[in-house]
Design a protein around this ligand. Structure first.
Ligand SMILES: NC(=O)c1ccc[n+]([C@@H]2O[C@H](COP(=O)([O-])OP(=O)(O)OC[C@H]3O[C@@H](n4cnc5c(N)ncnc54)[C@H](O)[C@@H]3O)[C@@H](O)[C@H]2O)c1
Length: 426
């Protein structure tokens, strides 16, 4: 009798022991792993575990200043992706800890790590470095076959962008990070704009005051000023909704700081014949900017306003982001206000999901040509500011590529660099 009772007790203890080990496996591994090395091994085991269930895209974020961490967050919560690593000139221990990922000081170190651990190179990179560095960083990533989301603007000049386009076109897929195209308000406006008939005019603004500490050297320069950092977003949206801009006339706003540019007032003529006026400034406290008006950026509090963009057609007026179409059959009759859908969605998530779809074979929704087209308009604006003249926007076909920005005299595409021999991740 005594013996009978002892055997089941031992068995029960054994079963409980095995179950506890299984449940606490990850915890035990992470307790054993105090340095970077340990963290990597836990992560590598997770990659292998996931690859058995679903092939997650391995994504890196290059540049972890203001916007990089936001991309890192969206990669980390996306079930189709894994944040393979963060690359920045300076260590980012909090982010590495928060997202249980790897850190490399540069792309060369990342590639060396993949090679020595027999890991496949990442599927994609989100380039979040300062504007003037996009070309070189993107070139280097493309050399290893790493597909790209390049933050806007593609590069500060169309000449640099064209060189990058020609260099990368047969190597990798490039999506430009004009993520606001993925904003539900913009998607809905694009779907409904025909309702207002022939679009005759548009009015809009991007006015906001940024804090003094934001302005490090690159942001005081023209290549990091409000036209290439902020207006370029609006130009992309306007061209997305209304087609290409043909000419611009720009008057500078008063310069109250020691920056190259502080803002301007614009007259835009679209190829369709639509005329637009637009004010941009990063020295005016106001909710009349996309971020405040839509609440799209978690760092900028939502301040709902109507009529950030007013798009005037011969059959009605579309107001964004309040999503109303105003119309009337007779000017003496009350205005009819149609409230369109206000769907919800997070543009960074939608952009990332689209990137995964592109990696799986879908067509790109914001191509490098789309990105360059916004840069061509900003170039015409700068020229107008400098000359006081109306400027015709150049066609990409006549832009001379500047291969110097890639460290090349001319285009001599190198073959893709060889990949690690043993491959652990699919
Ligand atoms: N889509 C958006 O809404 C949005 C918002 C902000 C910025 N941006 C764009 O994102 C980019 C970055 O802007 P930011 O405000 O985050 O800049 P930032 O100056 O805050 O951060 C840039 C980071 O890149 C790192 N870096 C610089 N050169 C590097 C290199 N060669 N390799 C690796 N890391 C490098 C820097 O150390 C820094 O941490 C810009 O192109 C900007 O236009 C987009």
């Amino acid at each position: 009798m005594k013996v009978d009772l002892e055997v089941p007790n031992t068995l029960i203890l054994l079963v409980i022991g095995i179950a506890s080990i299984l449940l606490l496996k990850d915890k035990i591994l992470s307790l054993l792993s105090h340095g970077d090395q340990g963290k990597k091994s836990v992560k590598d085991k997770r990659i292998i575990k996931h690859s058995k269930k679903m092939v997650k895209k391995q994504i890196i974020v290059v540049g972890a200043g203001l916007i990089g961490p936001r991309h890192a967050h969206h990669v980390s919560i996306n079930p189709r992706c894994e944040l393979f690593a963060i690359v920045d000139l300076f260590p980012v221990p909090e982010l590495v800890e928060k997202y249980n990922t790897r850190y490399f000081q540069n792309i060369k170190d990342l590639i060396g790590y993949c090679d020595s651990n027999g890991l496949k190179y990442p599927d994609g990179a989100i380039v979040c470095t300062p504007n003037h560095t996009h070309a070189k960083v993107s070139k280097e990533l493309s050399d290893y076959g790493i597909n790209l989301i390049i933050e806007k603007p593609v590069t500060p000049t169309p000449e640099d962008s064209k060189a990058l386009k020609l260099y990368t076109m047969n190597k990798v897929k490039v999506l430009v990070g004009h993520h606001r195209r993925f904003h539900p308000v913009i998607k809905e406006a694009k779907a409904k704009i025909k309702q207002i008939g022939d679009v005759l005019a548009i009015q809009g603004s991007w006015c906001l005051k940024k804090h003094h500490e934001y302005y490090n050297d690159w942001r005081k320069s023209r290549s990091g000023g409000p036209m290439l950092i902020n207006l370029v977003h609006d130009l992309d949206l306007l061209q997305y909704l209304l087609g290409p801009v043909q000419s611009v006339f720009a008057e500078p706003l008063k310069n109250l700081r020691d920056h190259d540019d502080e803002g301007c007032s614009l007259v835009l003529k679209f190829k369709s014949g639509t005329i637009g006026t637009f004010v941009v400034s990063d020295n005016i406290p106001s909710p009349f900017n996309f971020e405040n008006a839509t609440g799209e950026n978690p760092l900028i509090p939502h301040c709902p306003i109507d009529g950030l963009y007013r798009i005037f057609g011969n059959k009605g007026t579309l107001s964004l982001p309040d999503m109303k179409i105003y119309s009337t059959e007779h000017w003496h009759k009350p205005m009819v206000v149609e409230e369109l859908n206000r769907p919800v969605g997070v543009p960074f998530d939608d952009q990332l999901n689209h990137f995964v779809d592109v990696l799986n074979g879908d067509l790109i929704k914001c191509t490098i040509d789309d990105g360059i087209s916004a840069v061509l308009v900003t170039q015409a604006i700068m020229e107008s500011l400098d000359t006081g003249e109306r400027v015709i926007v150049k066609d990409l076909s006549v832009v001379e590529p500047n291969f110097n920005v890639l460290g090349l005299k001319e285009l001599t595409p190198e073959p893709l660099k060889p990949m690690a021999t043993a491959i652990k991740v699919n």
